[in-house]
Design a protein around this ligand. Sequence first.
Ligand SMILES: [Zn+2]
Length: 92
Amino acid sequence: MSYVRFSGSTGPHPYVSDVYILDSSACPGERPLECCDCQLARAASTDPFPCFDLAGMIAHLAEHQAAGHVVPDFVEKRLRADPPAPRWQFIR
Ligand SMILES: [Zn+2]
């Protein structure tokens, strides 16, 4: 499930976002949230699909905002209201 996807002023979604956050079965169990195609990671030449736990992702989103990237206001609320499912619920 995605919490937010990339979107510009002309769409494809009714918001602007420079981040794409999802809970990913490709991430390890204790860090189930992925920052997909992360601009910060690309700039640092690290894995462009870094994984975080909830607190780590919220801190990571603050880093995006500090870098001038657009992160919609609803993302943190959505993450806190519907945190990623325990890894055992994923079917691989
Ligand atoms: Zn990121």
